[in-house]
Design a protein around this ligand. Structure first.
Ligand code: LLP
Length: 424
C-alpha cells in the first residue's frame, strides 16, 4: 500500500495524516488515496497499450462518486449492476457510451432506463433475459447491444462465495449453449449481438494466472466459432477478478502486466476490442478504514481490543474470513512487543470481528487503528445494522483532502420509519 506510509511517526494517506483527519471527522472513517487509484488504473491501461481496450471499472467495489469521477477522468468506463449504479455513474459524469450493464436479474425498468440512455452494452446471462431485453428495446424503438456472458466452467481457486465461473454457479450461459443463444440473439428484434463476456471470480491470485489463461483460451475458441457462424463480434469482455495483496510478506499476486501479457498472448490476434471489468484491482489497496480503540478487555486467555468499527462497516472478515492487515496509526506503538489479540467491534454478534488471534501492537483505549486494503467492497457493503450510521468517506489527493461522504445522521435513519395508524 504505497500511498499509506508513516511520516513523523504518524500513518499518512499520501501527504495527509490519518490522525489529523480523525480529529476533524471522528472515527470510524474510510480514507482513499487518489494516487493509488491513478497508479493502478495507469498500470493496467498501459499494460494493454497497443491493443484496443476499454477498462470498465466494476463500480460495485467502491461507488462513491468521487471515486467514479477520478476513474472517469482517467478514461475509465463503468461496469454497473443496477439502475442505481447506472444513475450514480451518470451523476459522476461517466458517459453512458462507456457503460456496461451486468447482472443476472435486470428488471424491465432497469433495461428500459439503460437502453434509453444508449449505454455501451448489456452483458446478458440467460435466454429469458435476451427475450426480455429484445421486447423492451422494441417497445422503445431502439437497439440494445449485447454480449453473452459465458460460463467457461473453470475453477478460479478463490473463496467459494466469490467464485463465479463454475457450472454450479448462477452466472452466465453454459459454454456449449453459447452458439445457439448468439444465433437466437441475432434473430431477435431490437438486439445487436456484438460481444461475448466472461467473469470467473474475484480475488484470483494464482501465480501463473492459469484460471485466466484457461478461460481466455475457451473464449478464443468460442469467438472463432461464432465468427465462422457469421457473427460480427466487436468485443470480448474479460470480466474482472485479478486479486490484490491483502497480507504483508506473502507472495504478491500477479500484476496487471502479467495479466495483460496472458490476455494478449491468447486473444491479441483476434482483432477484437478487449473490455475488462476490474474492481478490487483498481481500488482495494487505495483505501483504509480508520477506527479507534474504545476499550481493552482481558478475557480468559484472550485479549479483546474493542474498536468503534464493526461488521456493519466492514463485513469482509465476517463474510469471507477475509484477512486485512492492521496497522497502528501512531508508529510508536509499532516498536512495542506484539500481543496476540482479537480486534472486535461493538455489534452484538460473535461474528463481529475485524481480526482474530492476531499479533498486534499492545493497543490501549484511544489508539487509532488502520484496517488496510479496505478500498474495495468496504464502504459499499456497509449497513446500518444495530442502527449504526454509515461512516464518512474521505478522499486524499497529495496534501489535500475532502469528505466525499459525510457521516450519516442517526436521526435521519430513525426518521425513515413510519408508524402505521394503529400504533400512532
Ligand atoms: N465483473 C463481474 C461480472 C463481477 O461479478 C465482478 C465482481 C467484477 C467484474 C469485479 O470483480 P473484481 O475485479 O473486483 O474481483 N464482495 C466480495 C467480492 C464480490 C465480487 C463480485 N463480483 C469481496 O469483498 O471479496
Amino acid at each position: 500500500m504505497l500511498q499509506f506510509t508513516y511520516s513523523r511517526g504518524v500513518l499518512h494517506a499520501e501527504g495527509v495524516s490519518l490522525a489529523a483527519i480523525a480529529a476533524e471527522v471522528g472515527t470510524p472513517f474510510y480514507c482513499y488515496a487518489t494516487a493509488a487509484f491513478e497508479s493502478q488504473y495507469r498500470a493496467l491501461d498501459s499494460a494493454f497499450a497497443g491493443t484496443e481496450h476499454l477498462i470498465c471499472y466494476a463500480m460495485k467495489a467502491n461507488s462513491n462518486q468521487a471515486v467514479l469521477a477520478t476513474m472517469a477522468k482517467l478514461g475509465a468506463g463503468m461496469d454497473v449492476v443496477s439502475v442505481g449504479e447506472l444513475k450514480r455513474a451518470l451523476a459522476a459524469g461517466v458517459p453512458a457510451s462507456k457503460v456496461i450493464f451486468a447482472g443476472v436479474g435486470k428488471t424491465r425498468d432497469e433495461m428500459a432506463f439503460a437502453i434509453s440512455h444508449d449505454i455501451l452494452g448489456f452483458n446478458v446471462e440467460s435466454e429469458a433475459e435476451l427475450e426480455a431485453l429484445s421486447s423492451v428495446a422494441v417497445e422503445l424503438g431502439k437497439t440494445a447491444r449485447i454480449a453473452l456472458r459465458v460460463n467457461p466452467d473453470v475453477d478460479a481457486k478463490t473463496h467459494a462465495k466469490i467464485s463465479t465461473g463454475k457450472s454450479e454457479n448462477k452466472f452466465g450461459i453454459p459454454f456449449d449453449d453459447a452458439p445457439r443463444l448468439m444465433d437466437r440473439a441475432r434473430a431477435l428484434p431490437g438486439l445487436a449481438a456484438v460481444g461475448i463476456h466472461m467473469h470467473i471470480g474475484s480475488q484470483i491470485t494464482d501465480a501463473k494466472l492459469s484460471p485466466f489463461r484457461d478461460a481466455f483460451t475457451l473464449m478464443r475458441e468460442l469467438a472463432l466459432d461464432l465468427r465462422a457462424r457469421g457473427h460480427e463480434l466487436e468485443h470480448l469482455d474479460l470480466g474482472g477478478g485479478l486479486g490484490v495483496s491483502y497480507k504483508l510478506g506473502n507472495q504478491p499476486p500477479p500484476d496487471p502486466a502479467a495479466y495483460a501479457a496472458v490476455a494478449k498472448e491468447v486473444l491479441g490476434d483476434l482483432g477484437l476490442k478487449l473490455v475488462m471489468e476490474p474492481g478490487r484491482l483498481l481500488v482495494g489497496n487505495a483505501g483504509v478504514l480508520v477506527t479507534r480503540v474504545t476499550f481493552i478487555k482481558e478475557g480468559e486467555g484472550r485479549r479483546f481490543t474493542i474498536v468503534d468499527a464493526a461488521m456493519n462497516d466492514l463485513i469482509r472478515p465476517t463474510l469471507y474470513e477475509a484477512h486485512h492487515e492492521i496497522w497502528p496509526v501512531s508508529e510508536l506503538s509499532r516498536d512495542a512487543p506484539m500481543v496476540v489479540q482479537d480486534l472486535v467491534g461493538p455489534v452484538c454478534e460473535t461474528g463481529d470481528y475485524i481480526a482474530l488471534e492476531r499479533s498486534l501492537p499492545p493497543f490501549v483505549a484511544g489508539d487509532l487503528v488502520a484496517v488496510m486494503t479496505a478500498g474495495a467492497y468496504g464502504a459499499v457493503m456497509a449497513s446500518t445494522y444495530n442502527t449504526r450510521p454509515l461512516v464518512p468517506e474521505v478522499l486524499v489527493r497529495g496534501a489535500e483532502w475532502a469528505v466525499v461522504r459525510p457521516r450519516m445522521d442517526v436521526e435521519a435513519i430513525i426518521a425513515l420509519d413510519r408508524l402505521p395508524g394503529w400504533l400512532g
